[in-house]
Design a protein around this ligand. Structure first.
Ligand SMILES: [Zn+2]
Ligand SMILES: [Zn+2]
Length: 190
């Protein structure tokens, strides 16, 4: 007789237990494999984390070293009272600028090459590429060479032609319209 409290017959219940046990046994190798994969994954995740942490630390360390070098170099060059290195460097740069810009000035003297311009202050002078192809003065990386690097380059090259010393005003005007608007006239009071 069927138990009204339990709609599943006793024999069927027993059978169900057997089926569940059989499924469990059948699933065991699969579960084992899943657990193994899970373990392996977390291990590789851990390894990855360790590796990236290490490389991050290495990168940070390299960055710190690089920054320290830059700071030291900047400190060495900084014109603070009593900094002999900075003073010396400043003198060397000024001497080279004077030498190169005098060479390319009118009659080999420091001054602006624009006719009529009387400016002779070294601080206001720059080197002009006469043919307007200053963009050809580039280093191996393709960056424009200006300032002391350009002075050094032309001096080392034995003062090639097609350069002229110009004051910044005339040079600027020339760059705008290919010629200084005051060329040939007095540059003062106009
Ligand atoms: Zn000038
Ligand atoms: Zn001019």
């Amino acid at each position: 007789m069927d138990d009204p409290q339990n709609p599943v017959p006793e024999s069927a219940q027993y059978h169900l237990h057997e089926v569940l046990a059989a499924i469990e046994v059948a699933l065991e190798p699969v579960l084992k494999r899943i657990r193994k994969l899970e373990r392996r994954e977390s291990q590789s995740e851990r390894n990855h984390r360790l590796t990236s942490t290490e490389s991050r630390e290495a990168r940070t360390k390299a960055w710190t070293v690089r920054k320290k070098k830059q700071r030291d170099r900047a400190r060495k060059r900084r014109a603070t009272p009593g900094n002999q290195d900075a003073e010396k460097r400043k003198r060397v740069l000024r001497d080279r600028k004077f030498e190169v810009l005098s060479h390319y000035g009118p009659d080999g003297k420091l001054g602006c090459s624009c006719p009529g311009c009387k400016i002779t202050a070294l601080e206001l002078m720059s080197l002009d590429h006469v043919l307007g192809n200053g963009s050809e003065d580039r280093n191996a990386q393709g960056h424009r060479i200006t300032g002391d690097n350009l002075y050094k380059r032309v001096k080392d090259a034995g003062y090639p032609p097609n350069y002229a010393t110009m004051c910044l005003g005339c040079n600027f005007a020339k760059k705008q319209g290919r010629a200084c608007p005051l060329a040939g006239r007095s540059h003062i009071g106009e």
